[in-house]
Design a protein around this ligand. Structure first.
Ligand code: G6P
Length: 611
């Protein structure tokens, strides 16, 4: 998730672009750059660090440039380095590109372009676009961009400039947002509305597989076949702060709503829609090493630890090998017994959590391979682990983790399915079915995020907000989800919440269930459904207030609770990917009702880099 800006008009382009980039810093960044158009030439200035550093680097340059593009990078392909920063330019340096998204077939395209004599300077997927545009340019930038994107598989929001085309910017999008701001004798492009608000509130929102030709005097929209497209002007009514949150009152809600996209991005290029096979070619671990794995240790903190608990069930079921999950703060001081054929998987959204990092180092010292699951390219965890697989959730800003958690689950499922194919621990068709079902998850989350369904969560949360205690219960994978549900509720609403394995309730906690005490029972796992319902009965007998979260098709639970929430149907193994979402919403709405500072809960930090 990077930030993109473009400008063409009568004002100094450098100033407008830098100011626009600063407005996008909230999206996270590790490097930044500009390409400024001068008559017959392009000036590209870029490098790692903040926008201020870029500003210093440009210094007095670019005073007489009135068109250009800019970018803040949140690394995906390629570490955060000067060479990998955008804009990227072609061999002849006459074309420069900024891009947001992931080009899946970049390795094939790079090979082909290198065969055609193109020289690459970076490790990024984006640089492909600059060379493709150069390759297809025959005097018309619009046509060259149209041809270039037609070869690209994956997602993109991109803007191109050419030395020979004056104030002309050409942009295109697929699965990554892009808006065009309309001014008087000047026009703007941005990945996000906040970058435009200082100049205009009139925008065209580019749709998927559309492109635009933008000059100071006008904007033309096309589809990728080259046919012109007409669009109504959208008047932005948000204030600047609302715009940063995409119009949502809090980043947390924005990030909950972004989950279908985050999951889609994390799956992109990793599952074959036909065969259901999972591609783990990005891993350094060889098939032989995967085949000889004796045990997996999953180590993490907070929400990432809860993702690990789901991972344990998935790995054990699919791989039939023992899996331990442990809090990094405990693991590092426990003298864990690790063997050469073990694999340690560390999970960390930020890739900087001190305890997780210490656990990683401990495992490495003992000569055991460490595979990291993280959301931040270039983070310490990603650099120090032997192997890394990224979640493509984009920057997560709210302290309470939502989309990072869901994408961590996706990666854990991908690993368990991928490893199962390699180790042949069961029927291939079963693994393939799981693989294909993962691809349906984004649409199913979308169903949970429909207004009617949100209203249900809101109504329940309004009631819950009046309680000082709440309990989450479940068995098996439902217990894992219950743990995350209870953490979410306590961290943002300050309601005391605990998660219990449903069968354990009667061994103590049942003493706390009195009339009206809220109990959220997760009941998605068919093989323990009856058992869970018996535990729900124990709560009902004490007049507890029960919400059951289950899958469609389990209507037999209806009479056992005051409220039932039905998730779309899915294989039991994958149910956590759906069940977590209503729990996030309940926590969010309960915290909202209680007037809590949702994005920055008291005493908590997004990334804990101290012990
Ligand atoms: C902090 C955050 C949690 C997060 C945990 C682990 O406590 O508030 O939301 O789950 O750190 O962070 P990591 O970046 O390692 O996933």
């Amino acid at each position: 998730m990077c930030g993109i800006v473009g400008y063409t008009g009568a004002q100094n382009a450098k100033e407008i672009l830098l100011e626009g980039l600063k407005k996008l810093e909230y999206r996270g960044y590790d490097s930044a750059g500009l390409a400024l158009v001068h008559p017959g030439t392009l000036k590209v200035v870029k490098g790692t660090g903040e926008i201020n550093k870029l500003e210093e680097k440009i210094n007095g340059d670019g005073k007489d440039s009135f068109a250009g593009i800019g970018h803040t990078r949140w690394a995906t392909h390629g570490r955060p380095t000067d060479e990998n920063a955008h804009p990227h330019y072609s061999c002849c340096q006459n074309f420069a590109i900024v891009h947001n998204g992931i080009i899946e077939n970049y390795q094939q395209l790079r090979q082909w372009l290198e065969g055609e004599g193109h020289k690459f300077r970076s490790e990024t997927d984006t640089e492909i676009l600059a060379h493709l545009v150069e390759h297809y340019y025959q005097g018309e930038l619009v046509e060259a961009v149209r041809q270039a994107v037609s070869f690209v598989e994956g997602s993109y929001a991109m803007v191109a400039v050419a030395a020979g085309e004056g104030d002309h910017l050409v942009c295109a999008r697929k699965d990554s947002p892009l808006v065009i701001g309309l001014g008087e004798e000047e026009n703007f492009i941005a990945s996000d509305i906040p970058a435009l608000l200082a100049h205009t509130r009139r925008v065209y929102i580019l749709e998927d597989e559309e492109m635009a030709s933008v000059t100071s005097s006008g904007v033309q929209l096309f589809n990728l076949q080259g046919d012109s497209v007409s669009r109504e002007v959208f008047e932005v009514k948000w204030d600047a702060v609302e715009a940063e949150r995409g119009g949502y009152p809090h980043f947390m809600l924005k990030e909950i709503m972004e989950q279908p996209t985050a999951v889609r991005e994390t799956l992109r290029g990793r599952v074959d829609a036909q065969t259901g096979e999972v591609s783990l070619s990005e891993l350094k671990l060889s098939s032989k090493e995967i085949e000889s794995l004796a045990k997996i240790h999953i180590v993490a903190c907070g929400t990432a630890y809860h993702a690990g608990v789901v991972g344990r069930y998935a790995f054990e079921k699919m791989l039939k090998i023992p899996v331990e999950v442990e809090l990094a703060s405990e693991f590092r001081y426990r003298e864990p017994l690790l063997s050469p054929h073990d694999l340690v998987i560390v999970i960390s959204q930020s890739g900087e959590t001190a305890d997780t990092l210490a656990a990683l180092r401990l495992a490495k010292q003992q000569g055991v391979k460490v595979l990291a699951i993280t959301n931040v390219v270039g983070s310490t965890v990603s650099r120090e682990a032997d192997d890394v697989i990224f979640t493509w959730a984009g920057p997560e800003i709210a302290v309470a983790s939502t989309k990072a958690y869901l994408t961590q689950l996706v990666v854990l499922y991908l690993l368990s399915i991928g490893f199962a194919f390699i180790r042949q621990t069961g029927e291939e068709e079963t693994f393939a079915t799981y693989g294909r079902s993962l691809l349906d998850i984004p649409d199913k989350i979308d169903q949970i995020l429909e207004t009617k369904s949100l209203q249900k969560m809101q109504d329940y949360a309004a009631k819950l907000a009046g309680s000082e205690n709440a309990f989450f219960i479940g068995r098996n994978l439902d217990f894992a989800v219950a743990m995350e549900g209870s953490l979410k509720l306590k961290e943002i609403s300050y309601i005391h919440a605990e998660a219990y394995a449903a069968g354990e309730l009667k061994h103590g906690t049942l003493a706390l269930i009195t009339s009206g005490v809220p109990v959220i029972a997760l009941a998605t796992q068919e093989h323990v459904l009856e058992k869970t319902i018996s535990n729900v009965q124990e709560v009902k007998a004490r007049d507890g207030d029960i919400l059951i979260v289950t899958l469609k098709g389990n209507e037999q639970v209806e009479n056992h609770a005051q409220q039932v929430y039905y998730l779309p149907e899915i294989e039991d193994l994958l149910a956590p990917l759906l069940a977590a979402v209503p729990l996030q919403l309940i926590s969010y709405y309960a915290a909202e009702t209680r007037g809590c500072p949702i994005d920055k809960p008291r005493n908590l930090a997004k990334s804990v880099t101290v012990e």
